[in-house]
Design a protein around this ligand. Structure first.
Ligand SMILES: Cc1cc2nc3c(=O)[nH]c(=O)nc-3n(C[C@H](O)[C@H](O)[C@H](O)COP(=O)(O)OP(=O)(O)OC[C@H]3O[C@@H](n4cnc5c(N)ncnc54)[C@H](O)[C@@H]3O)c2cc1C
Length: 645
């Protein structure tokens, strides 16, 4: 920590935190280190569970690597309802143990581990029946509140309140008066799920973990039965690598079955994917001072406050199509609108919808249960020596999942590993956050930014806000909002690329910020400026900037078109029409049937020329890949590149 010096006028006693950067140079160094020696633990998957495992393991004193095939958090962990909750529904299913654990985690995250990223949110539960509903729901929420108070934590959230019809309508005038008989207001917590994952990874990196994105595990290294590491492809360059580890932890969520197949199909865990779709609408479309929770025929529907927007969801249907880009169909969107419109005085239409996103729940598969009834509990398996599998669970309980996985790792390491201490490890930006929040007016004065802007920054970066303000102090033009996405400053885009592991335009517009769901044009008008801002830290030249924008536009066009399709199959086919800027490898080829980059005729030369310390040629390689992707299918397969660093 060093004394703060932002702007010209401010010299107060506010300390400024720093933590590990995840920029291009750090990625290159991490790749070299991973390939250069054996680690105690190698985590496959950079969602919340994998990131949590990395932090748990590294803070127990283990050497740790983490490998993510796409962007950090780009799987389910950026596509959730963004609630840190016990889940009233699980209480109704009498899953008291899960609810208690989750509520205990909620307290810990809110109060100690990540108060800058996790914050309270209230929900109005409108009653639509007389009598029994108030008693039934009231009893459930009382138990929910009591469980939240147990486990020795003060929970930092108000108790629920019963409301008359008039009081409920005062809180949510948007509700249709005749549709409701009264209500109940209770409290839970919410999180920016995508940012939380990146913050977890940065925290783990600050303790020494090596984390790389856009690097796909394609197989296991074996000595007899034992797993001794993984084979992986750096998808940015096409280089094939081997990472050795004493223990490999698979935390790939809905991709678990694919990883199990790599160990010879000895599946111990069956994960089933269930699609959940959310809509984003402007805040003024629903007049309410609180979030709202509604019962639906199969589950519940949340209306969740999200900055100047509402997030509304979700659905719960089986999904067996593309896992990286689950597509929302017109049927999904109409279902969500239909459920909400049952209680709204002024119904919403598709024209009110600014953004749409879909995610896949990694459910531990049962026999024939409907997906909404499958357990949200997790399981850990040790199918062969050297490999630990962790799957299931929910976002809220990621820390417990990570603890259990590393306990299994410790078993494999002959028990010489101390117990988990992540209940004491604050995430990057948490330390000093409260003091900075209390000083937000003086920070606003010293930085020249409006206090609302400072609050927005504090709730995204916590006490790391100084790193963003430093960028603005060096280049005042970065203190301006991004045109077409004015909730975000230009400095935030630069910071995403230099410090937060964003490697492509979509990483910034969809996950470091949420421009892709928070603007009517889904980030199209902001895309060029954002790509130009990334060009500095990424060392892109103009061709790469244009390429990033081109891929982003194609992706948005495909998403929009898929949302007009009626069935999942049609929506999936349309969405897959837009290529990924960094395609993953599927059975030796990328998702579009193209030989994986290292296997293409142009691949070996590109990959062998790669020096991970020098990223100057990145643009050239990316352009080659783009040309190759656009040129269509040549059918030529070059020789495989195998190179260990
Ligand atoms: C619609 C919806 C709403 C939800 N709402 C909530 C909620 O409000 N609260 C809550 O607590 N939970 C919620 N959940 C559940 C929660 O989001 C998930 O349980 C959690 O995010 C799963 O995280 P994960 O790390 O297991 O999976 P993921 O986030 O999917 O991470 C797995 C990662 O593995 C990577 N990967 C796959 N294969 C490879 C490979 N070969 N090499 C390298 N990397 C690979 C993937 O790219 C991916 O990033 C929700 C889920 C959904 C779908």
């Amino acid at each position: 920590m060093t004394a703060g010096t932002w702007g010209t006028g401010y010299a107060g006693p506010i300390a400024r935190a720093r933590t590990a950067r995840l920029g291009p140079a750090e990625r290159a160094a991490a790749l070299s280190a991973l390939a250069g020696g054996e680690h105690d633990v190698l985590v496959v998957g950079g969602g919340v569970v994998g990131a949590g495992v990395a932090l748990d393991a590294v803070t127990r004193g283990l050497s740790v690597g983490l490998v993510e095939a796409r962007d950090f958090g780009s799987g389910t962990s950026s596509r959730s309802s963004k609630l840190i909750h016990g889940g009233l529904r699980y209480l109704e299913q009498l899953n008291v143990g899960l609810v208690r654990e989750a509520l205990s985690e909620r307290s810990l995250l809110l109060q100690r581990l990540a108060p800058h990223l996790v914050r309270p949110v209230s929900f109005l539960y409108p009653f639509t029946h007389h009598g029994w509903e108030r008693a039934y729901v009231g009893t459930g929420v009382t138990v929910y509140d009591m469980l939240g108070l147990s486990m020795g934590h003060t929970r930092g959230l108000p108790q629920h309140r019963q409301l008359s019809r008039r009081a409920a309508l005062r809180i949510a005038p948007a509700l249709k008066r005749p549709a409701i008989t009264g209500g109940l207001l209770y409290w839970d917590a919410q999180v920016d799920d995508a940012r939380y994952v990146v913050t977890l990874i940065r925290t783990a990196a600050s303790y020494g973990a090596r984390a790389v994105s856009r690097t796909q595990v394609t197989g296991f290294l074996r000595e007899g039965e034992r797993v001794t590491g993984v084979r992986a492809v750096d998808l940015e360059s096409g280089t094939e690598l081997e990472f050795r580890a004493q223990q490999v932890v698979n935390a790939t969520g809905v991709w678990t079955d694919e990883i199990q197949a790599m160990v010879g199909g000895r599946g111990m865990i069956n994960v089933r994917a269930s699609k959940g779709v959310h809509l984003v609408v402007p805040r003024d479309r629903i007049h309410s001072a609180s979030g709202i929770i509604l019962r639906t025929p199969f589950s519940v529907l949340f209306v969740i406050p999200w900055g100047r927007h509402w997030i509304i969801g979700t659905t719960d249907t089986d999904w067996s199509l593309d896992k990286a880009h689950p597509a929302a169909s017109r049927t999904d969107i109409d279902y969500v609108l239909g459920q909400l419109n049952r209680v709204l005085a002024v119904p919403l239409t598709r024209d009110d919808v600014e953004g749409v996103y879909a995610g896949l729940r990694p459910l531990l598969a049962g026999e024939s249960e409907s997906t909404s009834r499958l357990s949200r509990e997790h399981t850990v398996a040790h199918p062969v020596p050297g490999l630990v599998m962790i799957a299931g669970g929910k976002y809220t309980t990621y820390r417990l999942m990570a603890r259990d996985a590393v306990d299994a790792v410790a078993h494999g390491l002959d028990g010489r590993v101390p117990p988990s201490c992540t209940d004491q490890i604050q995430l990057a930006g948490a330390d000093g956050y409260q003091a900075l929040w209390n000083s937000r007016y003086s920070l606003a004065r010293s930085s020249g930014l409006h206090v609302a802007r400072i609050e927005h920054l504090l709730q995204r970066y916590g006490s790391l806000v100084g790193e963003v303000l430093d960028l603005i102090a060096e280049q005042p033009a970065l203190g301006r909002p991004v045109a077409g996405a004015d909730d975000y400053l230009r400095a935030e885009v630069v910071y995403a690329a230099s410090h937060e592991g964003a490697r492509h335009l979509e990483d910034v517009l969809a996950r470091r910020t949420h421009v892709s769901i928070e603007t009517w044009d889904r980030g199209l008008s902001a895309a060029r400026e954002a790509a130009e801002l990334m060009a500095g830290p990424m060392r892109w030249r103009s061709r790469q900037v244009a390429r990033e924008v081109e891929y982003y536009r194609a992706q948005i066009a495909a998403e929009r078109a898929s949302q007009d399709a009626v069935t999942d199959t049609e929506a999936d086919a349309i969405r897959l029409g837009a290529p990924d800027i960094v395609p993953v490898v599927i059975n030796g080829a990328d998702r579009h049937g193209e030989p994986a980059m290292a296997q293409r005729a142009d691949g070996p030369a590109l990959a062998e020329g790669l020096d991970h310390a020098k990223l100057d040629d990145h643009e050239e390689r990316a352009d080659q890949a783009g040309r190759s992707a656009r040129a269509g299918r040549s059918g030529r397969v070059g020789r495989m590149v195998s190179r260990r660093h």
